[in-house]
Design a protein around this ligand. Structure first.
Ligand code: NDP
Ligand code: AKG
Ligand code: MG
Length: 739
């Protein structure tokens, strides 16, 4: 019997899983569906990577690798919850926690010197950053707000901060010397292998990458960000933020862009605290401080110093903060700034959250303030500036009337920038970087570089591009909605992609469809005008814009991307069902531990399960499973109608209570339907018992709130304690156990 694979991840979604997965298993059991859990949590991935360091019973299989292989098969049916894409500080915390629990995994070597340390670092580097999604995403992305969700948002609009035409909020981005400015791109005419060389000024050749295999029709592009230009830009923005009295806030994707963006983040930290770094250069060097890991890691390292030295540096840091522009805060109560941890402010979620909040972020007093959003590379920055300008002119969007913007995203097989980690280099010495065809020895792309510049190469294969264009046409057709390819003919990579769009679109029936190609800026303007008028527009975009737009529009339209349907039709016929675009919500865990209330909204999981069951039923031609899917859809609609999403406040309905209501409505829908007698018989008594015990169950769930919760760990919480904490209603558990 084929299986459904459910992923064990991290933080809030992992907690929610402890409550929701037993429900899924109970409901699918009588239909013979086996739900297998695969551990792709950060802790799980670390443990699976170092079997040779562990005792036998501690070893676990490499579930991510297995799922990655499975994703390439027609049998794949995977429900993927958000997981931590770890920055180095998070990775180190997780390692420390595991070591404290008796796992003898090695520490992360910051500056590996021996071969053994280099090998350890290379294993950790595969776990670092966004290491899960690109492995599983063997298909392109189809993310949208189902009608029921959109209707719910129209009836129950989330709060939207008002916009003033006088807002000083703006985007600051580089005008030259960045990735956008230096991009070069070509389409490969016939399969070949290339190498990346750095030819130093003295003629010496350093091979940066010895072999990259390319397929016929693959688009490659390479570009470089100038360190000098970046530093000049950052200095200017820090000064300007202070002059204008706005918050300085850096927005990056240090997780998915795990090589380039931590370096850029580090330059921002070092520039902001330039006097401190200059004055204490020797000590910092001795302590092995890297600005790329952020201010928090720096402050932790200071603990190793004698008290007076530590105090002196801390005072210098405090002075730098006091003398600089106001810094945007991640947590003003705890004094955590935008520059503390590279993965705290992630552009896809943080920019829309700011736009939703009147264009303001939080300052150190916990008050909201106009902001300079610093997005160093200009490739995609103008979509945010355009949205800000639009809000300044027209006021905030109105969720009760606005249209929707589904996305079809080019993502498969590590497409574009998000697959560039292994081809991104901080340049060790000035010279020229060349992409050289190994067979012909011909240089395909060349850039002059200086020491400290960041050079990178991206790839996107032809088959995923064809699949993406097909998916765009099929979504446009299915919904009769205009589709816009967000591509800039003046950008080298996009120009190559536009050629493909022009080649492959005629392979499809596009009669009567409105399909356009617009630059990201014009596409933003076109789309914003339309959503304001209540009209829908499909965005068809590359991988980075997929990521940005599937938070931007959902957050404006329905309050959070966690409520989105996120399907990845795998290119070999399987299905990967992601749970909205929401992340792993670390703040939710904090609240749960402090007061026993989990505000994680599992709508994304409900929707993913619905499409996963539908896929299962259709693929295996099992009517009963199709009924499970359609009744789950009904239950989800009722869940929305009755507003049973978790509240933000303790002692009110939380994730566990919301799961109870979904269960109740699902059981009721199964009891009410007549397509499957077997399901009707199985679920009628369950529906009756749940209905009868509603108030008892709610009371039991509510009583579990209001006190601190000890899960005995963050990255690897105690399984029993977590399961116990997430299933505190004996009445509910007993009813489920009857299935
Ligand atoms: N697909 C994936 O695997 C993804 C993983 N991530 C990872 O998640 C972590 C956090 O990323 P971050 O950028 O902060 O984004 P998050 O989406 O986790 O957090 C931003 C905010 O969005 C709201 N939110 C997100 N999901 C939900 C939900 N299901 N229910 C209710 N509210 C929700 C929360 O708001 P509030 O606090 O106001 O309740 C949350 O604090 C990182 O490690 C990141 O790498 C991020 C994106 C996707
Ligand atoms: O993989 C990650 O780090 C984040 C993924 C993400 O933000 C997305 O796909 O929307
Ligand atoms: Mg995202």
């Amino acid at each position: 019997m084929p299986k459904i694979y459910y992923t064990k991840t991290d933080e809030a979604p992992a907690l929610a899983t402890q409550s929701f997965l037993p429900i899924i298993k109970a409901f699918t059991k009588s239909s013979g569906i086996e739900i297998e859990t695969k551990d792709i949590s950060l802790a799980g991935r670390i443990i699976a990577t170092f079997p040779d360091y562990l005792e036998n019973p501690q070893r676990i299989s490499n579930d991510l690798e297995e799922l990655g292989e499975l994703a390439k098969t027609p049998e794949a049916n995977i429900i993927k919850l958000p997981n931590i894409s770890a920055s180095i500080p998070q990775l180190k915390e997780a390692i420390e926690e595991l070591q404290g629990k008796g796992y003898n995994v090695p520490s992360y070597p910051d500056e590996p010197s021996t071969d053994e340390e280099k090998e350890i670092k290379s294993r950790y580097d595969k776990i670092k950053g966004s290491a899960v999604n690109p492995v599983l995403r063997e298909g392109n992305s189809d993310r949208r707000a189902p009608k029921a969700i959109k209707n719910y948002a129209k009836r129950n609009p989330h709060s939207m901060g008002a916009w003033s035409a006088n807002s000083k909020t703006h985007v600051a981005t580089m005008s030259h010397g960045d990735f956008k400015a230096n991009e070069k791109s070509i389409t490969i005419p016939a399969a070949t292998n290339v190498r990346v060389d750095l030819v130093k000024e003295n003629g010496e050749i350093v091979v940066l990458k010895d072999k990259i295999s390319l397929l016929t029709g693959e688009i490659i592009d390479a570009t470089v960000l100038s360190k000098k230009a970046l530093l000049a830009f950052l200095n200017k923005q820090i000064e300007d933020a202070k002059k204008q009295g706005v918050l300085f806030s850096l927005h990056m994707k240090a997780t998915m862009m795990k090589v380039s963006d931590p370096i850029i983040f580090g330059h921002a930290v070092e520039t902001f605290f330039s006097n401190v770094f200059k004055k204490h250069a020797v000590v910092f060097n001795e302590l092995g401080i890297s600005p790329n890991n952020g201010l928090e890691s720096l402050l932790n390292k200071l603990e190793e110093l004698p008290e007076d030295k530590k105090k002196e540096i801390e005072t210098d840091i405090e002075n730098a903060i006091a003398n600089g522009p106001d810094l945007a805060m991640v947590n003003s109560d705890k004094g955590i700034t935008n520059l503390h941890v590279p993965s705290d402010i992630i552009i896809d979620a943080s920019m829309p959250a700011m736009i939703r909040n009147s264009g303001k972020m939080w300052n150190s007093q916990g008050k909201s303030q106009d902001t300079k959003a610093v997005i160093p590379d200009s490739s995609y920055a103008d979509i945010y500036q355009a949205t800000i300008d639009f809000c300044k002119k027209h006021g905030a969007f109105d969720p009760t009337t606005m249209g929707t913007v589904p996305n079809v995203g080019l993502m498969a097989q590590k497409a574009e920038e998000y697959g560039s980690h292994d081809k991104t280099f901080e340049i060790p010495a000035s010279g020229n970087v060349k992409v050289v065809d190994i067979d012909s020895n011909q240089t395909l792309i060349e850039h002059a570089v200086e020491e400290g510049d960041i050079w990178r190469m991206c790839q996107v294969k032809d088959a995923p591009i064809q699949d993406w264009i097909k998916l765009a046409v099929s979504r446009a057709r299915a919904t009769n909605t205009p589709a816009v390819f967000w591509l800039d003919k003046n950008r080298a990579h996009d120009a190559e992609l536009i050629k493909k769009v022009n080649t492959y679109l005629p392979n499809h029936d596009i009669s009567g469809l409105d399909i356009q190609v617009l630059s990201p800026l014009n596409a933003t303007l076109f789309t914003l005008e339309r959503i304001k008028e209540g009209k829908d527009t499909i965005s068809v975009s590359g991988n980075v814009l997929r990521d940005y737009l599937t938070d931007l529009f959902p957050i404006l339209e329905v309050g959070t991307s966690a409520k989105m349907l996120s399907i990845v039709p795998l290119m070999n016929g399987g299905g990967l069902f992601e749970t909205g675009a929401g992340g792993s919500a670390p703040k939710h865990v904090e609240q749960f531990i402090e007061e026993g209330h989990l505000r994680w909204d599992s709508l994304g999981e409900f929707l993913a399960l619905g499409v996963s069951l539908e896929h299962y039923g259709e693929k295996n031609n099992i009517e009963q499973v199709k009924v499970l899917a359609s009744t789950l859809d009904e239950a989800t609609e009722k869940f929305l109608d009755n507003d049973k999403s978790p509240s933000r406040k303790v002692k009110e309905l939380d994730s566990r209570g919301s799961h109870f209501y979904l269960t109740l409505y699902w059981a009721q829908a199964l009891a009410a339907q007549n397509e499957s007698q077997e399901l009707k018989e199985t679920f009628s008594p369950i529906a009756t018992a749940l209905t009868k015990n509603e108030s008892t169950i709610l009371e039991e769930l509510n009583n579990a709130q209001g006190t601190t919760v000890n899960l005995d760990g963050y990255y690897l919480p105690n399984a029993e304690k977590t399961a116990h904490a997430m299933r505190p209603s004996p009445t509910f558990n007993k009813i489920l156990s009857q299935l």
